[in-house]
Design a protein around this ligand. Structure first.
Ligand SMILES: C[S@@+](CC[C@H](N)C(=O)[O-])C[C@H]1O[C@@H](n2cnc3c(N)ncnc32)[C@H](O)[C@@H]1O
Length: 301
């Protein structure tokens, strides 16, 4: 297992299992000497497969830790292909590609959401499991507001919108109300502060885990502006793909999938997946995270 050191000295390992890997690589029709952008390079699982087949890869990620892991993996696994990595948000994919002189792209992959390393990091606040963690939730820790800032600053109605629209949580209203009450006593600063508010509202443990995962999904989408980035990223991808180039997107929840589906239907694409490709029973059995995945493919006209 590849290991790298984080700046604070802790070990970081690649624990992420790439989802729909064979399906994504085959959908990209990877060929030696052709150019691919992995817009969410993560730990480089998909990118390494492209490089092994002789593809030229521009990998983008907004998380510096991910780029360290991808670099280590690609350095080891490089075969005949070439790769370069850039820290950035894929909403700027067109500008990044241009800056890198990477034009005439044959395929672009978006493997959306967070990696297992991000979810399992005890200090990033992305998962509700680590109650001592600061309520950060950013994928790009180099800037932008943390979830704590968002929760302490937003009105009750804005918080309701976050939990309802992005978390699709039925208890969004009482949760927003309880958070506003709690922060009037002392500011919300840790994951545990949110967990406590929700534990008081939802005493049943099993029910509570569902609520917590939806609330943290809502916070994550809001803090990282995931849906706004996706919309802009898809438009940017269309600009830099060569005619005949493939767009491949793996999404993990209905909010993302709807954006991808509508974007491809808007025109300028030959859609190859009227029904999205789903993981096999075997993949879903061995990699729990893959269960909600949907892969859509389109060719730029
Ligand atoms: C599911 S992981 C990708 C895993 C990768 N395909 C692999 O096989 O190792 C998603 C990655 O996308 C990154 N990401 C999410 N949204 C992003 C955005 N708007 N811009 C750049 N990177 C993003 C996350 O930081 C994370 O590392």
């Amino acid at each position: 297992m590849a290991r790298v050191r984080k700046s604070d000295g802790r070990d970081m390992s690649i624990t992420h299992i790439s989802v729909l890997k064979d399906e994504a690589i085959s959908a990209l029709s990877v060929e030696a000497g052709k150019k691919y952008i992995d817009a969410t390079v993560g730990a480089g699982g998909h990118a390494a497969e492209i490089v092994k087949r002789g593809g030229l890869v521009l990998g983008i990620d907004q998380d510096d830790n991910a780029l360290h892991l991808a670099k280590e993996r690609l350095t080891k696994e490089e075969a005949t292909g070439h790769w370069q990595l850039v820290h950035g948000n894929f909403r700027n994919i067109a500008a990044i590609a241009l800056e890198q002189g990477f034009t005439g792209i044959d395929g672009i992959l978006f493997d959306l959401g967070v990696s297992s390393m991000q979810l399992d990091a005890p200090d990033r606040g992305i998962s509700y499991r680590f109650t001592d963690a600061p309520l950060d939730v950013r994928m790009d820790t180099s800037g932008g507001d943390t979830a704590a800032q968002l929760v302490n600053r937003s009105t009750e109605s804005e918080l309701y919108d976050i939990f309802s629209n992005f978390g699709e949580e039925q208890l969004a209203r009482p949760i927003a109300h309880a958070l506003v009450r709690a922060r009037s006593v002392s500011p919300i600063s840790t994951v545990g502060d949110v967990v406590k508010v929700i534990t008081d509202l939802v005493p049943n443990e099993i029910e509570r885990y569902g609520v917590l995962s939806r609330v943290f999904q809502g916070l994550r989408i809001a803090v990282n502006d995931e849906l706004g980035s996706l919309k802009e990223g898809l438009e940017g991808a269309k600009k830099v793909l060569a005619p005949g180039g493939k767009l491949v997107v793996i999404s993990f929840h209905s909010l993302e999938d709807r954006i991808v589906k509508l974007f491809m239907k808007k025109g300028g694409w030959q859609i190859l997946t009227n029904h999205p490709i789903r993981p096999t029973e075997e993949e879903a059995g061995t990699n729990k995270r893959s269960r909600s995945a949907k892969l859509r493919v389109a060719i730029k006209m």
